[in-house]
Design a protein around this ligand. Structure first.
Ligand SMILES: *Cc1c(COP(=O)(O)O)cnc(C)c1O
Length: 434
């Protein structure tokens, strides 16, 4: 089933002359797994086609947004209708009010909100609001959580306990990184110790309440509760970054699943239905700090873009269908269970899988990770072999052991059957090769 990828190879060679790494977002470059990235030509339902005409069952789903399947006819119709009425006005529209109402009815913690054009803008703005509201400057983040390419969040832990962060990217001044405290995900004592030492300076805590940017890592019992309690005790703002998990793990995000109410929430990915969109919002008294009501400046020429809002609203309507999340959750869990059985039957004991809603993690380790270090310890070489074995059989997984995977409702039936067959052959191949 080895495909020809001549066009992708040629495009990649040409792209690398003009675009750093040949891609407009780094993970697309396949650096972690090696090989040639596939240039996509189109996608429909659960499938994507590359520029050479090879078909793949797509488990990236645009990193989450394609939850109803690619190019769903109702989403496309909504986009076409909105586009025909004008692409952008720089003035408010009725659809923005409608999507804000829809979001608030599902995530009641978002009493007021602003729309943005990306998840990064949402997290950047939420942090500014937390700082403006509290008059403090320090932010806590967790190792392995990703919140977009915001300067003060491209930071990793320094050496030693409770040190200030070091930049993970060139171009981020050390002085910015020093405003960020980096703790281990799921380390409850770490939170308490950090607040005990720095409480009066901490503006807020930003967390992926279920982490999806170091593969899928769930919060341990009591972790989110400890964050809520520490923020309450010290007057800090708790920010749930639900850019990935919002309308992906369930209709009310992780806040619905956990019952923990954040002060601010950031959204993106699914709420744009495949178009560029994000949102941040939360407690009214905090969001009233945002201009023009308050002193925190935030703006966007294309924020609330009518075409993006139309795609988002159409997607949100589709996932509101009765039983949508029950079906997606059950399908995803069953696929993970089947992959794990196939791995073990093939003799790959060092494999496990987990999921929440339509988001999943596959791990070349004995048990699901709890920290970033656990993910680091998994067998990444074996993951890379598995990735390529699946890819050549027409199954497109995320090209890194540090990424989560995504299903759409359109994966039911044939796409999943093809995936399981590919997995049987792939595990055999990678075991044989070891
Ligand atoms: C994708 C993501 C972001 C960044 O969103 P962009 O739209 O890529 O800027 C922020 N936070 C989380 C949790 C994400 O998964």
């Amino acid at each position: 089933m080895q495909q020809s990828i001549k066009t992708s190879e040629a495009l990649f060679a040409q792209a690398q002359i003009m675009i750093p790494g040949g891609v407009n977002s780094p993970v697309r470059a396949f650096r972690s797994v090696g090989g040639t990235p596939r240039f996509f030509a189109k996608a429909q339902g659960a499938y994507g086609w590359d520029a050479d005409g090879n078909r793949y069952v797509d488990y990236i789903c645009s990193w989450g947004p394609a939850i109803v399947g690619h190019a769903h006819p109702e989403v496309i119709a909504a986009v076409q209708k909105a586009a025909a009425d004008g692409l952008s006005f720089g003035a408010p529209t009725a659809a923005e009010v409608e999507i804000a109402e829809w979001i608030r009815s599902h995530l009641p913690s978002m009493e007021m909100m602003r729309l943005t054009s990306s998840g990064t803008e949402a997290t950047m703005s939420a942090i500014r609001v937390a700082r403006g509201y509290t008059g403090r400057s320090k932010i806590i983040k967790f190792e392995g959580c990703y919140h977009g390419h915001v300067d003060s969040l491209l930071v990793k832990a320094g050496s030693g306990l409770l040190t200030f962060g070091n930049p993970t990217s060139a171009g981020v001044p050390k002085s910015f990184a020093e405003e960020t405290l980096v703790l281990d995900y799921n380390d409850i004592e770490g939170i308490q110790a950090c607040f005990a030492e720095h409480g009066p300076q901490i503006a807020g805590v930003i967390v992926e309440p279920i982490a999806g940017n170091m593969n899928l890592v769930k919060p341990r019992e009591g972790f989110l509760e400890a964050l809520r309690a520490a923020c309450d005790a010290h007057g800090a703002v708790l920010i749930f970054d639900e850019v990935m998990t919002g309308f992906r793990v369930g209709p009310q995000g992780v806040q619905g699943l956990s019952g923990i109410r954040p002060d601010l929430t950031t959204l993106g990915k699914v709420i744009g239905g495949g178009m560029p969109m994000g949102a941040f919002g939360g407690r009214k008294d905090i969001m009233q700090c945002v201009a023009p009501l308050g002193p925190v400046y935030q703006a966007g020429t294309l924020s609330g873009n009518p075409v993006a809002v139309a795609a988002g609203l159409a997607t949100l309507r589709l996932i509101s269908a009765p039983g949508f999340f029950d079906q997606l959750t059950a399908m995803t869990a069953q696929l993970m269970q089947d992959l794990q059985s196939i791995a073990h039957e093939s003799g790959e004991e060092n494999f496990c899988a987990d999921s929440v809603g339509g988001m999943f993690g596959i791990y070349f380790s004995k048990s699901p990770p709890v920290t970033f270090e656990d993910v680091n310890q998994s067998n990444r070489d074996q993951f890379n072999r598995f990735f390529h074995a699946m890819l050549k059989r027409g199954v497109y997984l995320a090209p890194s052991a540090f990424e989560a995977g995504f299903l759409s409702i359109a994966h039911a039936g044939e796409p999943i059957a093809q995936t399981l067959q590919a997995a049987r052959e792939s595990f055999k191949e990678i075991i044989g090769a070891r």
